[in-house]
Design a protein around this ligand. Structure first.
Ligand code: 5GP
Ligand code: ZN
Length: 117
């Protein structure tokens, strides 16, 4: 884990230098809409700390994943897709198609999503 990284677009959004409409914003995690939505609801959920990918989660922090997924569920509720359903995707590294090297989960819903997996 590390502090804010100046050249990271998500750190700049979290820091308020780039505008975004936060659906949910807490000390440890934030959720805001993807600029290029792939579904009616398409949120990005991420830690406020600059963690590059799932590979870089602090292995000593056993509760991190639970807290992040709990935050996803609350962001989904705020966006009104808890009951209709949603999909959570995390792209990691080059083969995973990760474009922004700040760990994030895509939360897609609000429409019937096609089969992916
Ligand atoms: P990745 O491919 O890394 O999993 O996804 C990065 C996502 O970040 C893409 O879906 C892209 O549309 C989104 N994104 C990139 N720049 C911005 C931005 O400045 N604002 C917002 N809201 N989303 C962004
Ligand atoms: Zn960052």
């Amino acid at each position: 884990m590390s502090a804010v990284v100046d050249e990271c677009v998500f750190c700049r959004i979290i820091g308020g230098q780039i505008p975004a409409e936060f659906v949910l914003k807490e000390a440890e995690f934030v959720a805001f809409p993807d600029i290029n939505p792939k579904a009616r609801v398409h949120l990005l959920v991420m830690p406020t700390a600059h963690i590059r990918s799932l590979n870089d989660i602090d292995s000593q922090d056993a509760g991190f994943g639970q807290r992040m997924l709990s935050f996803v569920a609350r962001a989904a509720a705020v966006s009104g897709v808890s009951e209709s359903g949603y999909r959570v995707i995390s792209n990691n590294g080059p083969d995973g198609g990760q474009e922004v090297d700040h760990l994030h989960l895509h939360v897609l819903g609000g429409t019937l999503l096609g089969d992916l997996v």
